[in-house]
Design a protein around this ligand. Structure first.
Ligand code: CTP
Length: 401
């Protein structure tokens, strides 16, 4: 994944230093060339031997080092594709903001022209201090990527915001930075697509006209943008995009079951399926025979899959669709709110060029913040990429100024 990429990892002196071992090991396993700088403080929390073993390179600590591996250590180490500061203590952030260079790590940070990603970790009171917040702002203004700290129990037992961000989150930011054309790298996307078929008897079903094209295009686009994609598809006549995990289902209940299993691991959900709202109360075991009497079919409601996910959203981004024939935007806003979504894509299926069967669509995306963007008539493939670009741009994957 990171072949030919050089990453300098700067470890400063906080208890979260031990967590950098996992990242260094992961970078190395993914073929990055990793060089580690440790401050004196960091060496007291985790040994240079650990980092040397994991990185496969000598660990640099001393600004005035005579180590023959380096010509001028802070200049050699500053030359990299990515400079990762993990953890970033309040002290190293302050030094970097001021441009101090009194040890190897701060001097290398001052000299680097590479993108810097910093993952701060410190006591919540230090993090909240206006001095630290001011320094973070200065560094963000210089283009650093700052991975926000998490709230939780801190080393001293206090509860607050100051914990190092989760390792998967840090990995995602690194992947997206080293592979900028893959902004969804490291993310798992779950997409529902197509209609559902609700069995009446062994040969008949209730269905709808959804072709699945939009969902399949969204899945292909997400794969191209670097995501791991699970596509849960009702019955459609489409070839799945290569490289996505296809899960074929038939009924709404089956779709709900598969989605429930995949949901915990995913980061983003797009519900593009036209799920049947009702199913026959009981599918007849044998084929229903014709008679001259009228036939009553009793229907019972299916679960609303997306609304169920919205009740247990966590950090995930949820995106729904609203296919309407009247009051398009009001109906879409209502669904956005009621299903606890981040975005909804509204389309008026009665308009020429929009709708289920064709290759084109006309849509408006609405965010939970109330922003709206209209997409004119375009192919479903182009629309899928537009939707992703909008979501990626508007969702705070990383904190930039
Ligand atoms: N959806 C779902 N499960 C359902 C019904 C809908 O996951 N049982 C999802 C769809 O995939 C879509 C969104 O919810 O992303 C809105 O679907 P839509 O059919 O437009 O709305 P409904 O909530 O079913 O309301 P109505 O049919 O009354 O317009």
């Amino acid at each position: 994944m990171f072949k030919n990429k050089t990453v300098t990892v700067g470890i400063s002196g906080g208890i979260a230093a031990y967590k950098s071992a996992e990242i260094v090991s992961w970078l190395k396993k993914n073929n990055a060339e990793v060089r580690v700088i440790m401050t004196e403080g960091a060496c007291r929390f985790i040994t240079p031997l650990t980092m040397k073993t994991l990185s496969g390179q000598p660990v640099a600590v001393d600004l005035m080092s005579m180590d023959p591996a380096y010509n001028v250590p802070h200049i050699d180490l500053a030359a990299c594709d990515l400079f990762l500061l993990l953890p970033a203590t309040a002290n190293i952030l302050a030094k970097a903001a001021m441009g101090l260079a009194d040890d190897l790590l701060s001097a290398s940070l001052l000299a680097t022209k590479a993108q810097v990603i910093a993952a701060p970790a410190m006591h919540c009171d230090m993090y909240d201090n206006p001095a630290t917040q001011g320094n973070l702002q200065i560094l963000a203004g210089r283009g650093w990527t700052l991975i926000e700290t998490e709230e939780g129990v801190l080393a001293c037992g206090a509860i607050g915001k100051g914990r190092l961000a989760g390792i998967p989150k840090i990995m995602q930011v690194i992947e997206a930075t080293l592979n900028p054309d893959k902004p969804l790298a490291g993310r798992r996307v779950l997409i529902t697509a197509g209609p559902t078929w609700e069995a009446m008897d062994p040969v008949r079903y209730l269905g709808n006209r959804s072709s699945g094209k939009t969902g399949y295009c969204l899945a292909g686009a997400a794969r191209d943008l670097g995501a791991v994609v699970d596509l849960v598809s009702g019955p459609v006549a489409l070839d799945p995009p290569p490289g996505v995990n296809l899960h074929r289902v038939e009924s709404a209940l089956e779709m709900a079951r598969v989605v429930t299993v995949l949901y915990p691991a995913c980061n983003i959900v797009i519900a593009a399926a036209a799920v049947a709202d009702y199913r026959p109360r009981q599918a007849a075991k044998e084929k229903i025979k014709k008679s001259s009497a009228s036939l009553n079919l009793y229907l019972e409601p299916n679960p609303d899959i997306l609304a169920g996910l919205g009740q247990n959203k966590g950090e995930r981004i949820l995106i729904g669709f609203a296919a309407e024939t009247e009051n398009l935007l009001e109906e879409a806003r209502k669904k956005l709110r009621e299903k606890n979504l981040d975005y909804i894509v509204a389309n008026d299926v009665s308009q020429p060029g929009a709708g289920f069967a064709g290759d084109t669509n006309i849509a408006t995306i609405i965010s939970a913040q109330g922003e709206e963007k209209q997409f004119p008539l375009m192919s479903k493939k182009a629309l899928a990429m537009e939707i992703w670009q909008y979501v990626i741009h508007n969702s705070q994957f990383t904190i930039h100024n």
